[in-house]
Write a protein that binds this ligand. Sequence first.
Ligand code: ASP
Length: 311
Amino acid sequence: MSADFKGMDVVSIRDFSREQIEHVLKLADKMVPIAKGDERSVLLEGHVLGSLFYEPSTRTRLSFDAAMTRLGGRVLGFDQPTGASVAKGETLADTIRMVSAYSDVIVLRHPQEGAARLAAHFSDKPIINAGDGAGQHPTQTMLDLFTIQKAKKDLEGINVVIVGDLKYGRTVHSLSEALAMFGAELTFVAPPTLQIPKEHLKQIESMGHKPRQSASLHEVIKDADVLYVTRIQKERFPDPAEYKKVAGTYRIDLELLKDVKKDLIIMHPLPRVGEISPEVDSTPHAKYFEQAFNGVPVRMALLSLVLGGHR
Ligand code: ASP
């Protein structure tokens, strides 16, 4: 299996088969003690990760850093383009050519959809997409699946309600397709202007699914096994007035959770900006902080696979 991964770009969740994703998740499970710092590893000693973040990030960047460092590797790069030659007008292609000469794998976050695919074209080292505009966020999806699997064991037939900004939310684009691949039932809840784009709906339907769509969370939350909450992606709206119309549409609080299933889990890729009331944090439903931690073992698994350090 490692031969399938070595040198592989991680651009879209569509690049992966179900078996490949399962392989990553299994390996991630073995990485947990190292991710927690309970065990030491030098698996990626001598390897360098180029970390290029053209957009803000907390969890994705730091968990990639933690993953590489915990496996004995090193990290170089930038966390905002203003300090790099990008500010002088350097193209993405040129920056990628350089960084691929300085490192063994590149993690890229960029505001433009398609940027990671373009970077893969110019890099002779593997590119890992850490979010390309409103496009995809495949490594987030793997840690989301890991989190769901830990709580629910089998994904087949579970009812996942995804709420918020389904139009611009890249985490949703990757996750919904992967969940369909794993046989989960999907319900999309969003204001009509922010519903899931046709392209993703078609892909999901082509796998034999008929997702439900609604604007009302109240209507569908009672049957949910997983509630995946997302932030309205303010930075992607061409018109701030349009953002204002939909900001604050959904808020998860104790009142809303009164009649939910006992073992409902609530997830969020974070950052949250008011979608989940802090009073929910101490309920057994809240899984978002555990989910954020899971970024470390999952990214360890991916890095070790694309660098050929693991079978
Ligand atoms: N952190 C996630 C992302 O980069 C979710 C978000 O920003 O709302 O896509």
